[in-house]
Design a protein around this ligand. Structure first.
Ligand code: C5P
Length: 222
């Protein structure tokens, strides 16, 4: 039997990460942060001096990604080739480069199996851009989270400053808009809701309210 999967897709800053983490804790399910895999691919390519526009070279990096996710008291630690990159992968330039490598078909293919392997019992919360459309098209519950670009930029700035990073609102806003454009307009697995996804605009909603709502949907469908 297939483990149950709840997919959460949407643009950056819509609250997917926080909401997915809370859902996974609440349900005791696995959590897939698929964006981290694209960020890791970008970071590994940067570390190895691979040109991000070279699709086949970046695909080789993605296929051989040597990564571990270690659960600890302070959350999940991300280890790339024995380096702790938990903070490094959150940098804006890594996010920007992630969306460049994510536009390559062969990179997406290379990461597909790795993502599907996260679906184990008792269930999976999958966070990304194409979880409902490409990676887990059979998922019984698909959520598409949005929020205005201004609100997403505000959230990103406070997240970055909480993490101790300098963040300039105008710069973050410009990055968000540019990244959205690239994610929505790429040929392969563009950012868009699955036909059977439930769309939720979180601009004016609190995180606990969104979590409650999704849990209610999950138990209805469980
Ligand atoms: O969500 P996060 O900001 O970590 O994602 C970084 C980038 O990785 C996104 O801008 C997007 O281009 C790419 N991505 C993707 N498909 C996913 C998750 C992330 O293309 N499922």
């Amino acid at each position: 039997t297939n483990p149950p999967v709840i997919t959460l897709d949407g643009p950056g800053g819509a609250g997917k990460g926080t909401i997915s983490t809370l859902l996974a804790e609440e349900l005791g399910w696995q959590f897939l942060d698929s964006g981290a895999l694209y960020r890791l691919t970008a970071l590994a390519a940067m570390n190895h001096g691979v040109e991000l526009s070279q699709e086949s070279a970046v695909a080789v990096i993605a296929e051989h990604l040597d990564v571990r996710f270690e659960k600890s008291e302070q959350g999940t630690r991300v280890i790339l080739e024995n380096d702790n990159v938990t903070e490094a992968i959150r940098e804006e330039r890594v996010g920007r480069n992630a969306s460049v490598v994510a536009a390559h078909n062969r990179v997406r293919d290379a990461l597909l199996k790795r993502q599907r392997a996260f679906a184990t019992l008792p269930g999976l919360i999958a966070d990304g851009r194409d979880m409902g459309t490409v990676v887990f098209p059979e998922a019984p519950l698909k959520i598409f989270l949005t929020a205005s670009a201004e609100e997403r930029a505000r959230r990103r700035v406070s997240q970055l400053s909480e993490g101790g990073f300098d963040a300039d609102y105008d710069q973050v806003f410009a990055d968000i808009v540019e990244r959205d454009e690239r994610d929505r307009n790429r040929a392969t697995a563009p950012l868009k809701p699955a036909d059977d996804a439930i769309e939720l605009d979180t601009t004016e909603l609190s995180i606990p309210a969104v979590v409650e709502y999704i849990l209610a949907l999950a138990s209805e469908r469980g």
